[in-house]
Design a protein around this ligand. Structure first.
Ligand code: EPU
Length: 418
């Protein structure tokens, strides 16, 4: 298992190319199963979650050919097989194949994902949405068995909360359902909107993605398509925080300001400068960091996927801040590890009280999930001495070349083998 060795104290400077969004790429790969025509996906990030998802659709008979910067998926000979627990356990997002398989083949069998490091994460809303299209859903011995031998029928689906995954499942199932589907209280994340752009290029008829109300007109008129996946707003936010925490200046090429409004607002309140450049965004800090309270919320609120990184930043602010997590019930696994680096944080329920300004010191720390791990890397960039981050495979799931990108803009970071 690889580890990262980081020696803190370097100001980051230079340019970082922001990769394609992992959380946009994963449903788009699953969506390829809907159509018998090829889908070319450009700008997929080189991360292990994407490799895993490509592996899953290969298991279902899709052919995947990789070219420079693009992947072509040909699902003309795809079939609906059982997606095993072994596969789903590795990556919960695998459950996103359920909707496309059911929509195309009229049946799907996918293992029920369990809980994960950041919470119980049930999929009840996905299953309820599929049942609303007329599918019979049974959960037997840890396996979801979904049947719709006569196809799916358009429906009015009101999500009990704006789940990203359930919205994506509902959109994908609706693409081939007979008649019109209305999805209310839909998630508004840019990744949901990008899925609709991709599906519409494939021949689907979706309107309103990116708002709370999505309309889908069922179709079977699929066609070959090419899509360019949006840049990763969470990766961009992570590097913005890397520039801010080290008092440096980074150009985040490809980053999109419009996807980062709440993050920009919080960073500006902390004394960080962010402005659009010719190729993306420029982030710079020279003034001391001010404490800022944040609450995570569905988009366009402050993203839960940047909460851990923001806590690391607040550890370096002049004063105390409150960070409230409202999306996941157990997303503070980074806190005890940050405390090993000298951070002063008190957890109470869903709130972290971060008392900033204490000097951080290098230590051995353990990565527990993707975003928790990267917050440890950020803290290590400013800690005195050497930090070793263990279990780096968590980072490789969602950050393309993190150590290489940080090294190129001046960080003292190296990857150590076993
Ligand atoms: N939830 C339910 N029932 C459901 C679905 C969700 O109770 O049927 C709950 C979840 O347990 C959670 C909340 O609703 O408490 C929000 O979950 P959501 O469905 O919106 O999240 P997701 O689709 O499972 C995606 C991202 C996550 C990101 C969240 C929130 C992908 C592959 N994953 O997960 O990304 O945190 O949306 O924005 O798109 C990450 O990249 O590190 C990551 C965890």
């Amino acid at each position: 298992m690889d580890r990262l060795r980081i020696v803190g104290g370097e100001r980051l400077q230079g340019a970082v190319a922001i990769s394609g969004a992992k959380n946009a790429a994963l449903p788009q790969i699953a969506a390829a199963l809907l159509s018998p025509h090829p889908l070319e996906l450009n700008n997929l990030p080189a991360v292990t979650d994407v490799d895993n998802m490509l592996g899953v659709i290969r298991l279902h008979g899709a052919e995947v050919s990789k070219g420079p910067g693009a992947v072509v998926i040909d699902a003309s000979a795809a079939l609906s097989k059982e997606t095993s627990y072994e596969t789903v356990r590795k990556m919960r997002a695998t459950v996103l194949v359920l909707g496309p398989l059911l929509a195309r083949f009229g049946h799907a069998r996918v293992s029920l994902p369990g809980g994960c490091a950041i919470g119980a994460r049930p999929i009840d809303m996905h299953l309820k949405a599929l049942a609303a299209f007329g599918a019979d859903i049974d959960v037997e011995g840890g396996l979801i068995v979904a049947e719709a031998p006569n196809g799916l029928t358009g429906a009015r689906i009101v999500l009990s909360s704006p789940s990203v995954g359930a919205t994506e499942t509902a959109i994908m199932a609706a693409t081939t359902a007979k008649g019109e589907t209305e999805i209310l209280n839909a998630a508004r994340e840019p990744e949901v909107a990008d899925l609709a752009v991709c599906l519409n290029a494939m021949g689907a008829r979706i309107e309103g993605a990116g708002t709370h109300r999505i309309l889908v007109e069922g179709t079977t008129a699929w066609r070959p398509a090419t899509h360019y996946t949006i840049p990763d707003r969470v990766e961009a936010g992570t590097y913005a925080i890397a520039a801010a925490i080290t008092g440096g200046e980074l150009e985040l090429t490809n980053a999109r300001l419009e996807h980062l409004a709440s993050v920009v607002q919080a960073l500006e309140a902390a004394g960080v400068g962010i402005w659009p450049g010719d190729r993306g965004l420029i982030v710079s800090r020279s003034a001391p960091l001010a404490p800022v309270d944040i609450t995570t919320e569905p988009y366009p609120g402050f993203p839960t996927d940047l909460q851990a990184q923001f806590i690391a930043l607040m550890c370096c602010a002049n004063g105390a801040s409150l960070v409230r997590e409202t999306v996941f019930e157990n997303r503070f696994m980074h806190v005890p590890e940050l405390m090993r680096l000298g951070a002063d944080i008190t957890l109470q329920g869903t709130t972290a009280l971060v008392r900033g300004g204490r000097k951080l010191h290098g230590a051995q720390v353990m990565a527990t999930d993707l975003r928790a791990s990267v917050s440890l890397v950020l803290a290590a960039l400013v800690a005195d001495g050497e930090t070793i981050v263990n279990r780096v495979y968590h980072l490789d799931r969602g950050y393309e070349g993190l150590d290489r990108k940080l090294h190129m803009c001046g960080a003292n970071i190296e990857r150590l083998g076993e």
